[in-house]
Every structure is written in structure tokens, then in C-alpha cells.
Design a protein around this ligand. Structure first.
Ligand code: UTP
Length: 414
């Protein structure tokens, strides 16, 4: 312990983060050990770079942005659709598909106490979001008589509660051996002065590293290895908070296979040019997503000869990746983006500070930054009312109320 403390002190002096030991002497032995281990695991050089990045406004002027080609599922010629369906169904029956649900987010906007997947959507059945998602997998499993492994990405913060919830609910009747949890990475949060923050109890304040952390986590936690051993070729990766997510879609898979694309993404057409969603595009010739904060007014309103928005394909976090793409993407970290957040912390005097406005930086990688590592990607527009019912906010748009209505309408239930 003495030796460890010495090493920690040297590191903290070097990187001007000495305040991290503010309450060290008041912690019990177990927490002291935990704090030292947390500090030794920090990549301080990376944290310094991330802090510098908060001072730079991202520039897009060097990027060539163009519309991306897409197909509309509803308008696919009959033969083409049948062809995709056949290819995809064959793969699914052979057990070549795995599904990953990203459930590591904090769900701050929803404000539910506990992991978002444990939220009761308010149906008369009182099914949780996890159970609703599982229903679609059970249905597909029965339809194709196939094994469909289900992986769930959690965070250090919500892993325990998530696993317990599955145990308590007997895995919703899904084969237990087909369900695997893995935990995404975390990064320390920084003050506006570049100091690493402490939690109220005096440990390093960490936050999940964004949904883009999935590739690194899949490699580190042995998920890719497990998939390869199972002979998985295609991996559907979706968010936990879309109660209409169609995780097993043979047409999407057939489309990707037929186009020799290592990934395929589903889109829904933007509700209006101003809708605050990211849209698929080509950036410097590669597939990408341009966020609503980056798109110009002119681009957002531009239409083709048929009157369709040129940048109208909203990214809905429903993507299919070939296992080769997952391996390729996981070789290098995705870039981090900063979010300015309110974070309660312990200051250098050992006082708990509860901010009234954003006071800290959190760093997140985005899954869609991975698209630029691929040569091409097949995009398929689907119907919003059939595949997209997000639960984001406690009330209003994209809330449990709107998602429940869409779910009930689609399933024709009360
Ligand atoms: P959101 O970007 O909507 O974030 O996540 P969130 O954490 O759920 O909600 P807010 O912003 O705090 O209100 C979209 C999807 O990505 C997952 C979420 O669980 C959700 O399925 N996600 C997000 C992760 O798995 N890890 C993360 O670090 C962030």
C-alpha cells in the first residue's frame, strides 16, 4: 500500500491532480485501496488531451459532405425483397446472427430510478422495456428455430441492477445460456479547469464512455471472441430505449450481404427538416452521420427531384455489423466528444458542491463515428410507426406516453 501511495503521489504531482487525495486519510482501508487503483488506472496523458479538446471548437469545413444512397423497404421491388429475405433468413436459421442491446446509458432525461430497461412502460401487462425487447427475440427464435445469442452492454453504474433484474424475472423465459452481460468502459469527469472530479464519498468521479465504447468493451470483455467461437457473422446493435426495435431483420441482412457492405443501418425519414436528429450522409466519401448541430439550414432543407430530403435519413441506432467490421473498428479507439454536464462533486476543502448549471466535462464516443472506418454501408429506410418508438424524456416528445401509444398501435393492444 505504501509503495502504491508513493507511485500515486508521483503521478498526481506530475499531472497537477494532487487534490484527488483530499479525503484519502478519512477513507476506510477498502476505499483507500479502491481510490489508489482508480488513480493508477487513469491515462493522464489522454485526460490532458481531452481537456485541451474542450477548448477547440470542432471544424467541419474540411469535410466533404454528400447525401448517401439508401433503399426504402416499402418500395423494394418484390423479387429484390424476396432475394434479401431468403439470404437473411438462411443466415438466421444457421445461427449466424447475434444481437447486442446497449443499455449502459444513464437515462438522465427519463429520470427513472434504475436501469432504463427496467422501466415499466405502462402497458396493462406492466412489462418492462427489457421484457418488451426480449419478446421480439423469443418470437424470432421460435419463427426461425434458431439460436440467437443476446448480449447486453451495461455500465459499472448499472450492471448489478440489470443482472439482478434479469435473474429476478427468470430471464423473461429466454434461454439463460444465450444471454451475456458485458460492461462498458468509463472515463473520469473533469472540472472546467481540467481537474479530475471526486465523488461525494471521495473516489474518482467516472462516467460511462458513450455508446461508441461498445467496440472496445466487446473486445476487452471477450464478446468478440465468444461470437467468433459461436460462428456469428452478423451482429445487430441497438439501443435499449426503442420499444419497437426490430432486432432480427433478415431483409436488412440480405441487403448488406448482397451489397457486399460490412454494415447496414436503418433510418426513418426526418419528421421535418428541423427535427433534432442526426442523419446519415457521406463524409469525405465514407458513410457517416451528421448531427443536427452540424448541419446547415440549406442542407437540412435541400430536396431531390422527387421532393425527398437529401439529408432526411435519421440515424435511429439500429445497425447491423459484420463481425469483420467489429474487429476492424475495435483496433483503434473512436474519438471522444465532450458533453458539458452538471456534476455534484467534492471540492479541495472536502465540501460537497451541488452545481446549478453545467460545471463539468464528460467524454463520450459515438457508435456512428465507427461508420467512417468502413468503405460502404447499406442504408434502409423503414417506417417510423413500425420500428421507432424511443423512450428518452419523462414527458412530451419521445416519452413513455408516446412510445406506449406507438407500441399499442403497432401491436393493436391496450
Ligand atoms: P442516449 O444517448 O439517449 O443516452 O443513449 P441515455 O444515457 O440513455 O439517456 P440520457 O441522455 O442520459 O437521458 C442511447 C442509447 O445508447 C446507450 C443507452 O443505454 C441507449 O440505449 N448508451 C448510451 C450506452 O449504452 N452507453 C453510454 O455510455 C451511452
Amino acid at each position: 500500500m505504501e509503495e502504491k501511495l508513493k507511485r500515486v503521489n508521483e503521478l498526481l504531482t506530475k499531472y497537477h491532480q494532487e487534490h484527488l487525495l483530499t479525503v484519502y486519510n478519512n477513507l476506510d482501508k477498502e476505499k483507500q485501496e479502491k481510490l489508489l487503483n482508480q488513480i493508477l488506472a487513469i491515462d493522464f496523458e489522454q485526460m490532458e488531451k481531452l481537456y485541451q479538446s474542450t477548448k477547440i471548437k470542432p471544424e467541419f469545413k474540411d469535410c466533404k459532405i454528400e447525401p448517401i444512397a439508401y433503399v426504402e423497404k416499402d418500395k423494394l421491388p418484390f423479387n429484390e425483397k424476396e432475394d434479401y429475405l431468403k439470404i437473411g433468413e438462411e443466415k438466421i436459421k444457421q445461427g449466424k446472427l447475434a444481437v447486442v442491446t446497449m443499455a449502459g446509458g444513464q437515462g438522465t432525461r427519463l429520470g427513472h430510478k434504475g436501469p432504463k430497461g427496467t422501466f415499466d412502460l405502462g402497458l396493462s401487462s406492466h412489462k418492462s422495456i427489457f421484457e418488451i425487447l426480449c419478446d421480439t427475440l423469443k418470437e424470432a427464435k421460435a419463427k426461425y428455430q434458431a439460436r440467437i445469442p443476446w448480449y447486453l452492454m451495461t455500465s459499472i453504474e448499472n450492471n448489478y441492477d440489470t443482472v439482478k433484474f434479469f435473474e429476478k424475472n427468470n430471464y423473461f423465459g429466454y434461454p439463460k445460456e444465450e444471454i451475456k452481460f458485458f460492461i462498458q468502459g468509463e472515463l473520469p469527469m473533469l472540472s472546467e479547469e481540467g481537474k479530475i472530479l471526486l465523488t461525494e464519498e471521495g473516489l474518482v468521479k467516472q462516467a460511462a464512455d458513450g455508446h461508441g465504447g461498445i467496440f472496445e468493451a466487446m473486445h476487452k470483455d471477450g464478446v468478440v471472441k465468444d461470437m467468433l467461437e459461436k460462428g456469428i457473422e452478423w451482429v445487430f446493435i441497438g439501443g435499449v430505449d426503442n420499444v419497437l426495435v426490430k432486432m432480427v431483420d433478415p431483409i436488412l441482412m440480405g441487403l448488406a450481404e448482397k451489397n457486399h457492405a460490412l454494415a447496414a443501418g436503418k433510418s426513418v425519414v426526418k419528421a421535418n427538416p428541423q427535427e433534432r436528429v442526426g442523419v446519415f450522409c457521406k463524409k469525405n466519401g465514407r458513410p457517416s452521420v451528421i448531427e443536427y448541430t452540424e448541419i446547415t439550414e440549406e442542407m437540412a432543407n435541400a430536396r431531390d427531384e422527387q421532393g425527398e430530403l437529401l439529408y432526411g435519413e435519421s440515424h435511429i441506432l439500429c445497425n447491423l455489423f459484420n463481425i469483420k467490421a467489429i474487429t476492424q473498428i475495435g483496433e483503434n479507439k473512436l474519438p471522444y466528444h465532450q458533453a458539458h454536464k452538471k456534476a455534484t462533486y467534492l471540492n479541495e476543502k472536502g465540501e460537497i458542491i451541488v452545481p446549478e448549471k453545467p460545471n463539468a466535462y464528460k467524454f463520450e464516443a459515438f457508435i456512428f463515428d465507427s461508420f467512417e472506418r468502413l468503405d460502404n454501408m447499406a442504408i434502409m429506410r423503414v417506417r417510423r410507426e413500425e420500428e421507432f418508438a424511443p423512450v428518452k424524456n419523462a414527458e412530451g416528445v419521445d416519452s413513455p406516453e408516446t412510445a406506449r401509444k406507438l407500441y399499442q398501435e403497432f401491436h393493436k393492444i391496450k
